[in-house]
Design a protein around this ligand. Structure first.
Ligand code: DAH
Length: 337
């Protein structure tokens, strides 16, 4: 076997010429890899006699040592060069300004939601929460709306199953609170409600706030006073308030609450369809049937209740005419609040 060791030692100049770790490794593979030059020599060694095998083996081992020495020194040289290049490229100027970024803002529905809660809290109402998945009993039955009651059709209901619904209003919280405690009760229950409805003025999910006050001697006058106070704090104290006779199964008597139009302040405009009035809530005196279903004696106690939509308040307050804008997630729209 004729082995040209000079040829084998060509790597010296190759190693010095390598300018990256990858190139350097390629050289190692070329000589010492599985299919490299040295491996092919090693395969031939078996054919030689012992003496010769030993001699060549030793030479190869010396060459390997030399290779490794040169390889390592080139490797550390290349690494140093790479670090220097990175340091040069990535100069950080700590005195530069940071990147500007836009701050988020509170969603208009949340703004109004919080404002409504704050107003009632400042009048001494306790804030309570119910559940969004309700049973038929609390959502309807105990509110004087038995199974076949036509008033159920007023609320297009999402049924989870025959006896479980996504609550269609916050009124079931009245029942849960009165089941739990004795009067006096003075509470509001804000939260999400669900109805199978979708157009310019209706959404399948929206927010309501329920109010309930129960004690001895609570009157219709108290109800009107409470609503008037809320409206004046929310929309301004120049707006008139009127209660228009209506019907809800859980209040008797019942009324719709109208307030002077926020745009024309009662004179009549497009927003109020020329009437000067805008509807803002439903209300009434707690029906004795409801008191009976929670075990409160209607001969001793009386109470009032009201319910209103938070989105509707937001639309009126900000002069928005399409409720769907509130949930369109357009930043251009949302940044205005
Ligand atoms: N729960 C009614 C609805 O969603 C609103 C309502 C009306 C609530 C009168 C009340 C009330 O508490 O007294 O349509």
């Amino acid at each position: 076997m004729d082995i040209n060791f000079d040829n084998l030692e060509e790597f010296k100049s190759e190693i010095d010429g390598a300018s990256s770790i990858i190139e350097l490794n390629d050289i190692k593979v070329k000589y010492f890899g599985k299919k490299g030059i040295v491996s092919s020599i090693n395969k031939e060694l078996g054919k030689l006699d012992v003496e010769k095998r030993k001699e060549i083996g030793e030479r190869i081992s010396k060459i390997r040592d030399k290779f490794d020495g040169q390889f390592d020194s080139r490797l550390s040289f290349i690494k140093k060069e790479e670090i220097n290049a990175t340091l040069k490229d990535e100069v950080i100027d700590v005195t530069l300004d940071g990147y500007p970024y836009k701050r988020g803002s509170i969603h208009p529905v949340n703004l109004i939601y919080q404002e409504v809660i704050d107003i009632f809290m400042s009048s001494g109402y306790e804030v309570v929460e119910g559940r969004e998945i309700e049973d038929d009993y609390h959502n309807f039955e105990a509110l004087n709306m038995p199974k076949s009651h036509p008033a159920r059709d007023m609320q297009d209901t999402f049924y989870v199953d025959e006896d479980v619904v996504l609550r269609t209003h916050t009124s079931p919280v009245q029942i849960r609170i009165m089941e739990d405690r004795k009067p006096p009760i003075k509470m509001i229950a804000p939260g999400k409600v669900y109805r199978s409805d979708y157009d310019m003025t209706h959404l399948p999910m929206f927010h309501q706030i329920e109010g309930l006050v129960v004690d001895k001697g609570i009157s219709f006058g108290d109800l009107k006073g409470a609503l008037r106070l809320f409206i004046s704090k929310m929309f301004g104290d120049d707006l008139d308030v009127r209660l228009r006779p209506s019907f809800f199964p859980f209040t008797e008597p019942s009324a719709e609450v109208d307030m002077g139009c926020v745009q024309c302040r009662g004179k009549g405009c497009r927003m109020c369809k020329g009437t000067g009035w805008l509807e803002i809530a439903g209300c009434g005196m707690v029906d004795p049937e409801v008191f009976k279903s929670v075990g409160i004696d209607p001969n001793i106690y009386s109470g009032f209740a009201f319910g209103m939509g938070i989105e509707r308040i937001a639309l009126l307050k900000y002069g928005i005419d399409d409720i769907r804008l509130l949930y369109g997630n357009s930043l251009k729209f949302l940044r205005q609040f």
